[in-house]
Design a protein around this ligand. Sequence first.
Ligand code: ATP
Ligand code: MG
Length: 418
Amino acid sequence: MNPSLDYRPLYNAFREIISVINSSIRLKDVMDLVVWKYSEVLGARGAIMRLLNIDTDELEISASYGISQAYLAKGPVSLHRTITDACRQKKVILIEDIVNDPRVQYPESAREEGYRFIIDVPLSVADNVVGIIRLFFSEIRRFSEAELDWIIAIAEQCSCALGKARLIDSYEFKYLQLATHAEKLSALGRMAAGIAHEINNPLAGILLYSSNMIKKVPPGEPIEEGLQIIIDETIRCRKIIQGLLDFSKGRDPRKEPTNINEIIDKSIKILENEFHIHRVNLRTHLASDMIDVMADGSQLEQVFVNLLINAVEAVPEGGTVEVISSVGESRTSITIEVKDNGPGIGKKERDKIFEPFFSTKSKGTGLGLAVSYGIIRNHHGEISLQSHPGKGTRFIITIPVSQDTDSGLAGISTQETP
Ligand SMILES: Nc1ncnc2c1ncn2[C@@H]1O[C@H](COP(=O)(O)OP(=O)(O)OP(=O)(O)O)[C@@H](O)[C@H]1O
Ligand SMILES: [Mg+2]
């Protein structure tokens, strides 16, 4: 302990900052208070807090105290110059020669403002430097061990607040994304169900009359070919409508204890030829400790077939598709992944992929994933997607073992391949 140092201002400022961190949900309040208290207690002319913008790799001003607008208006500060190894080791950096130190990006302006000495205090979250607080002094001064400890302690508290705020932001963002997706798909589902009902009856009539007429036409008549086209196209429309209905409300699944590995094997058998024709390799890693889930086997087979066909269609000749099944740690859910090394899916497409009729294929109906989504929702499960252009695609399905509970937001989430 240094008997000549007055610890009270340090203690009071620390208490004040902790109290704001605990009581305020606004990160800005915490940041403003930190730059103010640093300046006040240490006798600095001013302070700037800069946080890292991961998109631009630059440090952007998020709070300041006692700094002129002219100095604040200086261009962005580069990450690499400012965040040095010492910074990464969470050390306070004292810059005495501000004119020649490469970490000071605008030395002349700093001199004009009357700054002669700078100290940098790193802010880190989970071992990554996420920002820096720079304090400006009009003269070089020495700090006691206690003061340096105090500076670090405040920075640690501030970093905690930053980490907490980022976590809340990411959850909020994820929730909003899910909610908007679920809301959009549910609205689309309602619309699709309405359209499907309206079209189903006239289609049934067209099919009935054309089938009756073709029976009465003598074979070889030119009209026979036209009627056959009407029948084929009507059947195709009926299939599309059925897909829409499956997406919108789904047929009630007939659930019974089901071994998913067996369903995966069946789906693969159905597509064996497709893999062969397209010269696509298939790898399976099926859980040896698989447990039964309450599920409608034939509906899930449809989901796996849809995902596998998409994967086969996506990969080039010689590409690889992998199917992996596993049991969750708590053994209350199972997970199935269908992974390919195809071209991947861009952000814009990822957002639309589960919508009915979204297709990038010339002959695709765009119903495969919409129907799969409907089926997984009816099993209270989640279907999610990780993909990035050029890095393949991975669909992940999670199904709860017991189906008594509703998972709320019939989950979908899409993200870039990590
Ligand atoms: N594994 C994948 N890799 C790349 N893109 C994919 C993959 N799976 C799906 N897609 C994209 O998602 C779109 C929608 O897929 P979906 O299965 O719903 O319809 P589709 O395959 O186009 O038509 P169909 O109704 O015949 O299945 C596809 O057109 C394709 O652009
Ligand atoms: Mg498809």
